[in-house]
Design a protein around this ligand. Sequence first.
Ligand SMILES: [Zn+2]
Length: 89
Amino acid sequence: MKIVFDEPVEPPFGVRVNGQHYRAMGVVDHTTKLGAVIDIMEWSALCWDCGRPFVARAKPNEIPGSRRCERCASPGKKARGKPRTALGK
Ligand SMILES: [Zn+2]
């Protein structure tokens, strides 16, 4: 999901998407499988299922797809109900 900002923003900043908070921490270099170096935004978030903090990565100006920490990861399974985080209210 793309983010469209009306004006330039600099990390750290927070966004809320479908009840989940993400905090943009900054852009880091990422080397792809083909050896290209690209910009990746690191986001901090609290896991939808267990509430533990985790780092999610996505292209700049895109919301990360992950809503769960590595331990709770369940690809393809939607996060339902309420998040187990105070921030997710
Ligand atoms: Zn978790």
